[in-house]
Design a protein around this ligand. Structure first.
Ligand SMILES: [Zn+2]
Ligand SMILES: [Zn+2]
Length: 257
């Protein structure tokens, strides 16, 4: 059994809901799912700090998902005790270091550092591979987040316990609305935690890089009924329950998974 807590449920620019980072607690160990720029504050709201994190999973390299890694990395680097583990897709780890973290973390006072300097083990997850944490299995699921010119830039969601005795839970992380790609995972899951943009509830203005609420409303009723929405915007929010969803996740809300 594991407990999944949403430290935050907002989009990248939120001033109200904290960025969409989550915490898994299982067998006394804590796995942070993404570590955005405001993560130290959302963790503090749960009475936690850098020293309480045993491992981190990174879905993709936007700052609302990795902007707190310099804080976490240096906090633990200069503290006694073991460093956390890092779980990341093997295709993301170089991008994370060379395009994002290296500028601030490549050295300190004459000592050269790499991504591996800040973690006990960097688990580079290969294509179709999974990892274990606590008593659960975590299967990364590639989703389409946006196009970089002519190339897809994915995020890696998580199917939790794809092989276990319980039915699995699907955490999309950031994704466009891709029902043809994701329907199998929606159907087989007991609970779905879905990226949901609410910036303009009429749906006329969409970022194009997140599933918009008006798009998600077109999912079949049996999928909506088990789907919890997060990564929403500050501003007016829809009545998700009235539209057949399980609901909007509140900041700090937990689920037994
Ligand atoms: Zn995001
Ligand atoms: Zn993103």
């Amino acid at each position: 059994m594991a407990k999944l807590t949403f430290l935050g449920v907002g989009g990248a620019f939120t001033m109200k809901h904290w960025q969409s980072n989550m915490l898994i607690e299982s067998h006394g160990k804590r796995l942070l799912i993404d570590c955005g720029g405001d993560c130290r504050f959302s963790l503090a709201e749960q009475g936690l700090s850098a020293k309480d994190i045993d491992a981190v999973y990174i879905s993709h390299c936007h700052a609302d998902h990795i902007g707190g890694l310099e804080w976490l990395g240096f906090s633990r680097y200069f503290s006694p005790g073991p460093k956390p583990d890092l779980y990341i897709n093997e295709r993301l780890s170089d991008t994370l270091w060379h395009n994002s973290l290296k500028g601030g973390m490549a050295s300190h006072q004459g000592i050269l550092l790499t991504l591996d300097s800040f973690f006990s083990t960097v688990h580079r997850i290969g294509r179709n591979e999974h990892f274990e944490f606590g008593d659960s299995t975590y299967q990364p699921i590639q989703t389409i987040h946006y196009m970089d010119g002519y190339e897809i830039v994915p995020s890696y969601g998580l199917l939790i316990d794809p092989l276990g005795p319980r039915q699995e839970c699907f955490l999309t992380t950031d994704t466009q609305f891709c029902p043809n790609l994701l329907m199998d995972f929606y159907q087989r899951s007991r609970l779905v935690f879905q990226d949901c943009e609410t910036y303009d509830l009429t749906g006329k203005i969409k970022s194009g890089v997140h599933a918009h609420y008006t798009e998600l409303k077109t999912l079949p009723p049996e999928i909506r009924a088990k789907t919890w929405l997060y990564h929403y915007n500050d501003g007016p929010l829809p009545d998700a329950k009235a539209d057949g969803f399980a609901g909007l996740i509140a900041k700090g809300q937990s689920f037994e998974i």
